[in-house]
Write a protein that binds this ligand. Structure first.
Ligand code: ADP
Length: 715
């Protein structure tokens, strides 16, 4: 068989595979189906030519010509229809489309009938059999070209308007492919149509078939590279199975041969071959077959692994970012560079939840479109809310589910200028949208990439939500701090105002008790005494509140001076002695001799010591209370210990909190405000020291505080 005869067979096979791909991907899509019909026309044309070139006599050549023309006659209508669907203008151009189908049906009928009006017969030429055109043949040629040219014009116009390089490339391939075939077909036809007047034309090689092959290859490229039908994965799987199938067949062939020879089975029962072969096939279908498939798959997808790794790394990195701006930048920039893309934008739901506003965008090319906000009730958002999938814009025409959903709202999708749209969801709430441009390489996103991107979108949603919560927490913390400052200022103000009238109550009740203005009877004495002690208690409380609030408001100043600590301790022990009256308590002190002078606010340290001593006595029903002082490096360490009721382990943590009074066997009998320790601790800290407590329930407590010998500067 010569190359001339083989070419149409090769073109036929190419067209059949295109047909298979289109139907394999999605036979329910109108675009896919029309495309399949169109290439089926080509396939028939090629098959007819193959048969024609091998036809031994005139009748079989005539039969082959009829097959050739069945294919050719169907082409313009299918092509025109395909282009109209591709461009979404079937409705506008309904009439011309019907005309195309009507004309095709008419010519098809007279062709199949073998009418002489269409084709008078066949004759032998330099390159094989050729038809002898009938009266209507030229009319057919005219209509054939009219619809092709119309389709091409529409496609060409749309090509000029398309912004997306992705779609331009795809339209370009279809345009070149079909023009080439039609052009070459034209030469084919002219050759015999004008053969009478220009006999030399007969010598020209009919270029229709090779051009048809190129067309098939270009269409294939449009499908695979530019995702006409999202078949890349299908094609890869297809070739993978072909490879695995080829391997298995090869192995089987060898095994059959070897077994036949070795056991001389050629003449024996076929079972001898069938049973072991069945076994082998079973083995290959199992893990071994799987291993082969895996290997092939890895080989085919390895090129893309780079971007997978980058995107997965980005996903992990995002989990660690808490700053909103940094996070949004990491996401948009990371995706843009990771894939890499023409542009990428992040839209976040606005506070009132009615739309998604552009929060961050970045582009890798100059003419990239700028993102615009999306309405919360738009069809795109609706789809993203109810679907878990990535929205692939190019699938809009191909996927029937999308076609139905977006009917009448195709523009919405177009205006987003994105080839992939991902929803960012946390627990079913959609917080944002990620818009991805096209790949800079012009390639399509394969399924695994979509999977990784979906994963990334999930992680991004969680991270963004965390960052938002963190930001909110910061804000409410600041508000709380401000509120707390205001509270302290208020308390300081009020306490101060309360002290003035309280001082006169205390003063005048004292005057009454001293009977400076006359005698009191017993009852009056008791009342006035109660007024006096209660108001003194109140004054103490107010003073404590004033202290704590001025500390918290940052307004407490220390009255700094050098003083002798040992002497202060003597004084405090002395003052506290009356507290032990009526209790079997021994109050003592253990003070080191070599104590240096302390620089600080003597009155405040006195308050601290008195508070600790009074607590120790208060919470010790009987036993010992002692004060110890020693020098520890350049800090002075003071401790007040008792053998009293002690403090529960769980309570130790909140001991120094203001207004905390702990539950213990004597707490009900003794008064207190729960402010003493909080104030003491603050005083010590203002001096640059520390305060802490050690205690065991029923085994007494020790309160420690330190003061630096070289005092810190006091503000
Ligand atoms: P107040 O003594 O006025 O209640 P403090 O702040 O001085 O307030 O003490 C807070 C709480 O700590 C007390 O109510 C008491 O329950 C516990 N506490 C303080 N000192 C001792 C101590 N030495 N032994 C046992 N409990 C103590």
């Amino acid at each position: 068989m010569s190359l001339h005869q083989l070419l149409p067979l090769a073109a036929f096979l190419l067209n059949v595979s295109l047909l298979g791909i289109a139907l394999l991907r999605n036979s329910r899509s109108r675009l896919n189906r029309l495309f399949a019909y169109f290439v089926a026309g080509f396939a028939l044309w090629n098959l007819g030519v193959f048969l024609l070139r091998r036809a031994p006599d005139e009748p079989s050549a005539f039969g082959a010509e009829i097959i050739v023309h069945i294919g050719i006659i169907a082409l313009p209508a299918f092509y025109y229809h395909f282009v109209l669907i591709f461009l979404d203008s079937t409705v506008e151009r309904r009439k011309s489309l019907l005309a195309a189908y009507g004309i095709a049906a008419g010519f098809m009928a007279i062709n199949v009938m073998g009418s002489g009006l269409f084709m008078k017969g066949v004759k032998m030429t330099t390159w094989g059999w050729a038809p002898v055109p009938g009266v209507l043949y030229n009319v057919f040629i005219l209509s054939f070209y009219t619809f092709f040219v119309m389709g091409l014009v529409h496609l060409g116009r749309a090509y000029g308007r398309t912004v997306s390089s992705f779609r331009r490339n795809r339209a370009m391939l279809i345009l070149i492919g079909t023009s080439l075939t039609i052009g070459a077909g034209f030469i084919d036809i002219i050759r015999f149509a004008l053969a009478k007047s220009l006999p030399a034309l007969d010598k020209v090689y009919p270029p229709g078939i090779p051009a048809n092959m190129i067309c098939a290859l270009l269409l294939g490229m449009a499908i695979i590279r530019y995702r006409m039908f999202d078949v890349s994965v299908a094609v890869k799987k297809y070739s993978m199975y072909a490879l695995a199938g080829g391997l298995i067949t090869g192995v089987l062939a060898v095994i059959t041969r070897v077994t036949e020879r070795a056991f001389d089975l050629e003449a024996k029962s076929a079972l001898w071959i069938v049973i072991p072969l069945g076994l082998i096939v079973t083995v290959l279908m199992g893990p071994l077959g799987q291993a082969i498939e895996d290997r092939v798959q890895r080989l085919m997808f390895s090129r893309r692994r780079g971007s997978h790794d980058t995107l997965l790394a980005l996903s992990t990195r995002m989990g660690r970012i808490l700053d909103m701006d940094a996070l949004m930048h990491a996401l948009v920039h990371g995706v843009l560079r990771g894939v890499p893309l023409t542009h990428c934008a992040l839209l976040l739901e606005t506070e009132e939840g009615r739309s998604f506003a552009v929060a961050m965008e970045e582009a890798a090319i100059e003419q990239a479109p700028t993102a615009r906000p999306v309405r919360g009730n738009s069809r795109v958002v609706e789809w993203l809310r109810q679907s878990e999938d990535v929205l692939v814009k190019d699938e809009l025409k191909v996927n029937p589910r999308l076609v139905d959903f977006f009917e009448g709202a195709e523009n919405e999708l177009e205006e987003l200028h994105a080839s992939l749209i991902l929803a960012l969801k946390t627990e079913n709430k959609m917080i944002g949208i990620l818009l991805l441009g096209e790949k800079l390489s012009g390639e399509i996103f394969d399924n695994r990439e979509l999977q990784v991107l979906r994963l990334l979108a999930n992680q991004a949603a969680i991270s963004l939500e965390n960052a938002r919560l963190y930001e909110e927490l910061g804000e409410s913390n600041a508000q709380l701090l401000q509120a707390s400052r205001l509270k302290s200022q208020f308390l300081a103000g009020v306490s101060h105002e309360l002290r003035t009238p309280l001082n006169s109550i205390i003063g005048f009740s004292k005057v009454l008790l001293n009977r400076l203005d006359g005698d009191l009877n017993e009852r009056q004495d008791a009342y006035v005494r109660s007024v006096h002690t209660s108001s003194q208690h109140l004054l103490q409380l107010i003073n404590s509140i004033l202290d704590i609030s001025s500390i918290e408001a940052g307004r407490l100043a220390l009255d700094q001076a050098d003083f002798e600590l040992a002497e202060l301790i003597d004084e405090c022990v002395e003052v506290s002695l009356p507290l032990t009256r009526g209790k079997p308590i021994k109050l003592d002190k253990d003070v080191a001799f070599d104590l240096p002078h302390v620089s600080g606010d003597r009155a405040k340290i006195r308050q601290v010591l008195l508070n600790l001593l009074s607590n120790a006595v208060k919470f010790t029903p009987g036993g010992r209370v002692s004060v110890g002082v020693r020098l520890d490096g350049d800090t002075i360490h003071v401790s007040v210990s008792d053998t009293g009721v002690g403090i529960r382990k769980d309570d130790l943590g909140r001991l120094f909190e203001p207004f905390e009074r702990l539950e213990n066997p004597v707490s009900r009998d003794v008064g207190g405000t729960g402010l003493g320790l909080a104030i003491s601790k603050k005083f010590v800290e203002l001096h640059g020291g520390r305060m802490w407590a050690e205690s065991r329930e029923n085994a007494g407590s020790t309160f420690h505080f330190t003061l630096p010998c070289v005092p810190v500067a006091v503000h």
